[in-house]
Ligand binder design. Sequence first.
Ligand code: SAM
Length: 245
Amino acid sequence: THFGFSTVKLEEKQTLVDDVFHKVAGRYDLMNDLMSVGLHRLWKDDLVTMLNPPRQRPFRHLDVAGGTGDVAFRIVKAGGPQTHVTVLDINGSMLEVGRQRGEERGLSGQLDFVEANAEELPFENSSFDGYSIAFGIRNVPRIDKALAEAYRVLRRGGRFLCLEFSTVDMPGLDKIYDLYSFNVIPPVGRMVTGDAEPYRYLVESIRKFPKPAAFSAMIREAGFSQVSHRSLTGNIVAIHSGWKL
Ligand code: SAM
């Protein structure tokens, strides 16, 4: 059967998203490199540079929708031995890949993996110094709930960072990006995973995600201060930042 993701109800959306990531977990990292021609690595590096975890004191970080651990590994590396990262994801298959990769890198002692929903975080108020979510928030059905939870679990002075696809509006690049999105991503997805549908969903969810001004307003609405965003690579992605003050 052929799902039109755009007509899907909020409650069903999560189930469809979960199916996608259970299916691709084993090939997720390879797909990321292929689809972004390696750029996702630079974007994640930028996120961690902005976070700038301190090397001289303990730092407790929560990476939501952390999947296979890419962002968490970078944060541990940047912060050093006093940094601890909790990788949270709704999908056990993605976390399992992350746990194995963490072990291979010898980082298990500084990581833990929690299977839970971004909309209902299983942590007490003010538990973390930092919160990040990379290419995750557009998959969450109730973004406002996820943002409210981010605010709740951060301590005062804590930082929220979100890396997400944005809206390409640069003349010329927008045409190339459209061609790439509709004519390259789904077929390549089918070649590697046997199914183009998840990748059609990917493209569609990127297009439906609120533009920076609207998303910034949502972050402010959740309580965050000094909300700002940076566009990367011709606005293909953006990093939104906010502080709990
Ligand atoms: N952050 C990783 C990265 O950048 O490579 C993974 C991003 S992947 C595109 C999106 C992840 O969001 C998937 O691992 C998926 O399971 C997770 N996810 C989707 N809905 C979620 C939810 N409601 N709560 C937590 N994680 C969720």
